[in-house]
Each structure stands twice: as structure tokens, then as C-alpha cells.
Design a protein around this ligand. Structure first.
Ligand code: DC
Length: 236
């Protein structure tokens, strides 16, 4: 697939709670369009990882130093054959460290600090490069890319989100039971509602898709249709 547009770099934002399908949809669309992809949650997770490793002392002003900004900008992501995101920093695979519940908890705390969010803005925006960017997270449409070409908001019932997380964890070799996942997911949702959920507000111009009973292909088709309605030329 290729894409042509002369005026500006097209950005598709995909926001929603965890388990709504953001990552799979973002990865597949980015790969089919050959666009870049920003998984913004990993920026918060990486900060949490640095903090856990005492590399990032949060001072009173919550300032990120230049070295840390550089590392955040240098994080690169790719998707493996199972559809899981692999996060690399200078060829070191950090995925297993970043995916843990502990890091998720710390990431949620850091994501609640406005000064930190503000400092991540320029890093996130600098990822919008031709031919295009798919940006997934919580505040992509409202805060980071308010001028995005297409804004997508994904929803899904809680049970389905739990089942998807369960499948993902087991695929990655974590031998967990579904009721454990349900407990973790409930805690995660509560945390997100306190912290990230504050970021997660729909904007009136968003394309809202309830993915509960939809295949990935059907969701992607809705997004492609949305792009065509915005007169973005995509060649599939
Ligand atoms: O999607 P995730 O679980 O990897 O995100 C980690 C944390 O960062 C989670 O608490 C939500 C938060 N987050 C956020 O506040 N804004 C974003 N754009 C992305 C993630």
C-alpha cells in the first residue's frame, strides 16, 4: 500500500482503554500502509522502568533530562509474528521488563503527572513523519495530535477485554488463570480511570468503534473507510 498527500503528514489516532484492540489494529494498519506507529503507553512504561532502575530520579520539578529524552526518542518498536510489540533500545529488547504489572502501575502514576505528560508532547509529535503515522494511546486525539487526519476511539465490553488480555499473556508464555487476569484488569481499569482515564475523553470528531463483536479485519475496514471519507488516498 502507498499513500500520497502533499499538504501535511497524515496522522491516524487510535485511543481507548486496554484490551479494546488498539495495539493490534495500530500495528496491522501501520504495516499495511507502511506508516510509522507510536505506541505511546511504552513511553510511560519506559519512564517507569528507568525509575525502577534508579536511572531516572524524579526531582521536584519532574524534569526529564536530555539523556532520558534522547533514550525515549530512540525507543524503537516492532511487532513479532504473534502480533506482540517488541520494544528495543539500542538493540536491547526491553519488552519483558516493560510488560509487567509493576511497571504498568508505576507508569500509571507517572502518567498522572501533568509536567511529565507535557514533556512527552514534543517527543510524540516528532514521530509524525511521511508517509504517515498511526498513534495509539489515551490522549492522542485530544492532546497530542488534535489536528489528526482521522481520530478513532475504540471500545469493548469488559469480559472481551479480559479474554483478550488472557490470550495475550498466555501467548507470551505467562501461565495465568482467567480469574487472575480479571482481577488484574479490574485493578488496571480502576487505575486508568483515576489517572489515564482523565486523559481518555472522546472528542466530537472521533470515529467510535465498538470492537466487542468485530474481527480485526472488520475494524481495519472501518478505519480504511474513514480514511477514504477524509479523502486520504490509500492503495490497498
Ligand atoms: O497502554 P499501556 O498500559 O501500555 O499504558 C501504560 C500507562 O500509561 C497506562 O496507565 C495508561 C498510560 N497512558 C497514558 O496516560 N497516556 C497515553 N497516551 C498512553 C498511556
Amino acid at each position: 500500500m502507498s499513500y500520497e498527500r502533499l499538504d501535511r503528514v497524515p496522522v491516524v489516532t487510535i485511543d481507548g482503554l486496554s484490551g479494546t484492540g488498539k495495539t493490534s489494529i495500530a500495528s496491522q494498519i501501520a504495516s499495511e500502509l507502511r506508516w510509522s506507529v507510536l505506541y505511546s503507553g511504552f513511553l510511560y512504561r519506559y519512564l517507569a522502568f528507568e525509575k525502577q532502575n534508579m536511572r531516572f530520579a524524579i526531582d521536584d520539578n519532574h524534569q526529564l533530562n536530555n539523556a532520558l529524552r534522547q533514550r525515549l526518542s530512540n525507543l524503537s518498536c516492532r511487532v513479532n509474528q504473534n502480533g506482540d510489540v517488541i520494544v528495543l533500545l539500542e538493540n536491547e529488547d526491553l519488552s519483558q521488563f516493560l510488560a509487567t504489572e509493576d511497571i504498568g502501575k508505576e507508569a500509571a502514576k507517572l502518567a498522572g503527572i501533568q509536567v511529565i505528560r507535557d514533556q512527552l508532547l514534543s517527543i510524540q509529535r516528532s514521530m509524525a513523519k511521511a508517509p504517515g503515522l498511526i498513534a495509539e494511546g489515551r490522549d492522542m486525539a485530544r492532546v497530542v495530535f488534535p489536528g489528526a487526519t482521522l481520530k478513532v476511539f475504540l471500545e469493548a465490553d469488559e469480559e472481551v477485554r479480559i479474554q483478550r488480555r488472557f490470550n495475550q499473556l498466555n501467548r507470551c508464555g505467562n501461565n495465568v488463570k482467567i480469574d487472575q487476569v480479571a482481577l488484574m484488569q479490574t485493578a488496571r481499569d480502576a487505575r486508568d480511570r483515576q489517572q489515564a482515564f482523565r486523559q481518555l475523553k472522546q472528542t466530537p470528531d472521533e470515529l467510535v468503534i465498538d470492537t466487542t463483536n468485530m474481527s480485526i479485519q472488520a475494524v481495519k475496514n472501518r478505519v480504511y473507510q474513514g480514511l477514504l471519507e477524509k479523502e486520504v488516498v490509500i492503495n490497498i
